[in-house]
Ligand binder design. Sequence first.
Ligand code: G3H
Ligand code: 13P
Ligand code: ZN
Length: 311
Amino acid sequence: MPLVTTKEMFKKAYEGGYAIGAFNVNNMEIIQGITEAAAEVKAPIVLQVSAGARKYAKHTYLVKLIEAAEADTGLPICLHLDHGDSFELCKSCIDGGFTSVMIDGSKHGFEENIKLTKQVVDYAHERGAVVEGELGRLAGVEDDVNVSDEDSSYTRPAEVEEFVSKTGVDSLAIAIGTSHGAFKFKPGTKPQLRFDILEQVEKLLPGFPIVLHGASSVIPEYVKIINDCGGRLDDAIGIPEDMLRKAASMAVCKINIDSDLRLAMTAGIREYMTKNPGHFDPRQYLTPGRDNIKTLVKAKIVNVLGCDGKA
Ligand code: G3H
Ligand code: 13P
Ligand code: ZN
């Protein structure tokens, strides 16, 4: 099967009250860990590549590795650009085999966001690719850009219908209180999301797929291993899993996870290196990193996203 778009995946996910996992990939071990997990539980999957990942691993390597994962597993896999910030970047990914792109115009004003998003949608749709837009602004770290809490903003439901109809986007990322990275809530505060905003958006756009960024749960087990091995991740707090399950049962069809993968892989590598200080074969320490990713992704699919058995 060639790489697919999210059209079919999202339609079934919306109707079935579950979500598809969108996992960020940067190298072979991460791709293998995710897709081997998805294959074992028969889950469709989105593998997403940020501009930083593309710079790190190179476009061609990532595309070929993902094509290899598809050949190896036979899974429906969508190859998606995460947080595209320009028409040129989206165009280059579509021309180079991506089946889906995100144009993140959330840093622009409403009209400028519409104009840029529509330009990408027109180009993508003519070539059979799909587009995710964003309204509202998440806090946290994306690539080299650090969005402070003050500069973040919730999605305004009053804007979503106009944005979707004027741009023609296939899915919409909204800001309801999640954020990128491993430090999502102030220590001592109760994690909260604005489900009232999601409910309003769902009513205004019935049947339309919504995307949740910044959705890592920052699994305490991995944070503890990293800290026990000399790491310094005090005050790391993620999104509680029951909130993600609730979002998946609503209009959220795609849940983005990167930080949890990073923590799982780093915990595996740090633990191995701490126990085996004399080892220096990358295959030895990358294996527990990849194994942790596989365990994590399987647990996400089965316990949180609910997309097992849907491939
Ligand atoms: O939303 C951002 C993702 O976690 C990607 O991070 O830009 O550092 O690859 P990155
Ligand atoms: P996390 O940092 O919570 O994993 O979010 C990832 C993300 O939104 C990628 O676009
Ligand atoms: Zn994101």
